[in-house]
Design a protein around this ligand. Structure first.
Ligand SMILES: Nc1ncnc2c1ncn2[C@@H]1O[C@H](COP(=O)(O)OP(=O)(O)OP(=O)(O)O)[C@@H](O)[C@H]1O
Ligand SMILES: [Mg+2]
Length: 489
């Protein structure tokens, strides 16, 4: 390992320890005992990384970090903190420190973090050129399809972050491709031929989750007849992916933090410390920051996870990716269903572009799969797009043309109201309560209007002798009827 490291620490003994440790590893070291001296050194020559004590006399470590970043924004800065000052370490992380290490530290830990920092810095530099290319004309990255600016940034970040062991948090709504990105990070790292283990942090009770993660020794609990390896051990030299990390109970979070920091743990009921070399990737569709503020997520774990965050944009914010994704899924499902060369009609594409995709790419994928299966010709037409996708098209005011002879204002208004109510009922599947919600009016108001305009709900099938569209429905706005759509006689 080579590189020039700046060490800022006011304690002589610490400077000596770090100097000895780093020189032994082949690094060049520059020592400074105050922030001022350190900054002067940084202005005089470029460094590859800095190790800065949080507690310094005069200008403290966190301020020194700010100043160092002004001199060189790419400089990875490792903060060293006493246990008492973990708070300031966290505030340093917020301000761009690469990582923090608590005293007393283990030599291995310092070296591991430093290696990470240097690897990262090198990658940032190396990838600048690559990224410029990428910006220009890529519309996929491995399995991940996209050409929007937002997705290119994601590709960019994957390229940068994949090779190091840095913990990564992937944030995004359901169906935005978090798992896909996690796999891609693994595949683009040196760990690609090792295990990729997914932990569904989901609804397991804490004990079970922990015995899954850490394994247990024989007799650890009733039923533990054999010792068992945990997922961390299985993921050794590979990647472990925590899907929905927000669901991990607080007690388990503490243990997880320890693994992230020390890369070691014990099996349940065990006494032996097990060391692992794992890359940790976590995903969430929760607002972890909010959870943290509400006390549901540990602050220290939050900042450990946040070293690098990949933010996946919802599909509605990158609609320029829709045509590409559609093509990709038509090819995929076309092949599976023996219907090669499928096309999408312009009208169908318009529908897809208008919709907001609350279920994101997964929902789009399902819609295209369904349409592909149902299609009978070479083209997917608007009629193969499901109702909920089309009915959520943006509201459009009708075009009003007043004829030369004039028109009755009352009649025009009534017909507009009637049309609006009918559309709302249709969108609501005939359920009045829901239709009222769609129009932001009270169900009773809607019900009055239905009566006033004599809008007759159409029954799916006439039942128990009541006349179709009978007052029975109209009288009870809360009834959840089998009414399909409004119909006039
Ligand atoms: N950019 C993309 N290109 C191609 N396929 C995608 C893309 N994004 C998502 N998909 C596909 O959409 C589906 C959902 O993706 P994935 O499982 O990664 O989402 P997720 O964010 O993990 O969702 P959840 O939060 O519900 O677990 C998968 O079939 C995936 O292959
Ligand atoms: Mg997922």
């Amino acid at each position: 390992m080579s590189g020039t490291i700046l060490v800022i620490d006011d304690e002589e003994i610490m400077r000596e320890i770090l100097e000895a440790l780093l020189t032994r590893e082949g690094y060049q070291v520059r020592l400074a005992s105050t922030a001022a001296a350190g900054l002067e050194a940084a202005r005089g020559m470029p460094f590859d990384a800095a190790i800065v004590d949080v507690m310094l006399p005069g200008m403290d470590g966190v301020q020194a970090l700010d100043e160092l970043k002004k001199i060189d924004d790419d400089l990875p800065v490792l903060m060293i903190t006493a246990y008492a000052s973990v708070e300031s370490a966290i505030s340093a992380m917020k301000r761009g420190a690469f990582d923090y290490i608590s005293k007393p530290f283990k030599n291995d830990e310092v070296l591991a973090v430093l290696r990470n920092a240097l690897a990262q810095k090198r990658l940032v530099a190396e990838n600048r050129a690559l990224r410029q290319n990428l910006q220009a004309h890529v519309n996929r990255f491995g399995e991940i399809i996209g050409k929007s600016g937002r997705m290119r940034q994601v590709f960019d970040l994957i390229i940068q972050a994949a090779p190091s062991r840095t913990t990564i948090l992937i944030n995004g709504e359901s169906g935005t491709g978090k798992e896909l990105v996690a796999r891609s990070l693994h595949q683009n790292s040196a760990r690609a031929d090792r295990a990729f283990i997914t932990v569904n942090s989901g609804n397991l009770p804490p004990d079970l989750l922990e015995s899954n993660l850490f394994g247990h020794v024989k007799g650890a609990f009733t039923g533990a007849v054999y010792p068992k390896k945990g997922l961390f051990e299985l993921a050794d030299k590979g990647t472990i992916f925590f899907d929905e990390i927000g669901n991990i109970p607080l007690e388990t979070q503490a243990k997880l933090l320890r693994v992230i920091q020390e890369r070691e743990f014990m099996r349940l009921g065990g006494v032996e410390t097990i060391k692992v070399d794992v890359r940790i990737i976590a995903a969430t569709n929760n607002d972890l920051k909010r959870m943290m503020e509400e006390g549901k997520f540990r602050e220290d774990l939050y900042y450990r996870l946040h070293v690098i965050t990949v933010q996946l944009p919802p599909l509605r914010e990158r609609k320029d990716d829709i045509p590409l994704l559609v093509q990709h899924f038509m090819d995929k499902y076309g092949e599976e269903n023996n219907k090669p060369g499928l096309e999408l009609s312009a009208e169908a594409l318009d529908l897809l572009l208008d919709y907001d995709w609350p279920g994101n790419v997964r929902e789009l994928e399902n819609v295209i799969e369904r349409a592909t299966v149902l299609s009978s010709g070479p083209r997917i037409d608007a009629d193969l797009i499901p109702d909920h996708v089309r009915s959520s098209r943006r509201f459009q005011m009708p075009q009003f043309v007043v004829p030369p002879e004039g028109i009755s204002y009352r009649d025009a208004e009534a017909s507009f109201q009637r049309g609006l109510i009918e559309s709302a009922l249709e969108a609501a599947g005939g359920v009045q309560k829901r239709a009222a919600e769609l129009l932001h009016i009270k169900p009773t108001t809607l019900n009055e209007m239905i009566k006033r305009h004599d809008i007759r709900p159409r029954r799916k099938k006439a039942s128990n002798g009541t006349a179709p569209g009978a007052a029975g429905d109209a009288a009870d706005p809360d009834s959840e009827p089998e009414v399909l759509a409004a119909d006039r006689d």
